[in-house]
Design a protein around this ligand. Sequence first.
Ligand code: SF4
Length: 348
Amino acid sequence: MNPEEVLENCIKAFKITNKYFPYVSFERALFLGWYCNLKEPCKFCYMSVLKERIKEPKKAKRSLASILAEAILMKRIGWKLEFISGGYGYSEEEINRIAEAVAYVQRCKQYLNVGVVDVENINLDVIEGVVGAVETLREREKLCPGKSLEKIKENLIKAKDLGLKTGITIILGLNEREEDIEKLLNLIEELELDRITFYSLNPQKGTIFENKPSVTTIEYMNWVSSVRLAFPKIKIITGVWTDKISMISPLILAGSNVITKFPLFSIYGTKYAHWVEKEVRKVKELYGTFTDLDILKGLKKLEKTPYVDEDIKVSDKTVELVESIKSEISKKINDYINKVEKRAKNGE
Ligand code: SF4
């Protein structure tokens, strides 16, 4: 890797991004639970470690009230749901019910990242797109033995044929090499992807990556700027954890237009959240907030949001279901807000 070349590419990539994406926003995956039923889990995933300990998978799934409370709060603060996500093992019926309910409370269509599911059995009126968890293009059989790339590709092609948008996720820090960038560019072209999410590996205790270094900032910039230069209009979402906040402005300069992967309610309103906002604002306009408690509490409206209200059609059954758990949802919303206020006050 030639660092000078990477920096020159970033300058070009930033200019291109500014042309098609005037602002940066936050997104976050909405998790359905902490269980994945893949027989051979991915070698880097914390679910592979948790799996042994989870004796009753049903209890590892979140309640619908908790999922919807999070969706409502995210709309308030202007964080789009990156996708509805969970490990493998959710039935199409469950996914459909949850996607309808989330779309109903958010008044907007959703992305799914729930393994290879038959999208034809989902209410496509509430789905904007499908994301395939590709994760890596090197040693894929070893690192993701249970997730066939061919099946993911077939699923994405099918989704595209049905008129949906498509995307993939890639984790950096899994021993990838610079020459793998070309493989990624080819895959984006082959599948005509609308978006890509990059994550930086957060090495998990108990996995083979424990104590291994993750991707460096310059390497991350190289991947992002290469994609931006080759695909000017693609949405590029970059994930960083709280130990990598200083990567944010370099990644925006490299071509990212969405930032993701924070423990939202644990750091909202804290010094880390202020730092995240500052990292974005120093280089670009920010839509959404990570610090305003009045907006989170619903006392004030967000001025600039990436959300656009849509006409969402869901079944009567879903409407009845959501209405029947309204008080439970309100209680969960209050629990989340109280947790945030406590942490922000204590300066944690
Ligand atoms: S499919 Fe997803 S949740 Fe399941 S082991 Fe792999 S990365 Fe983890």
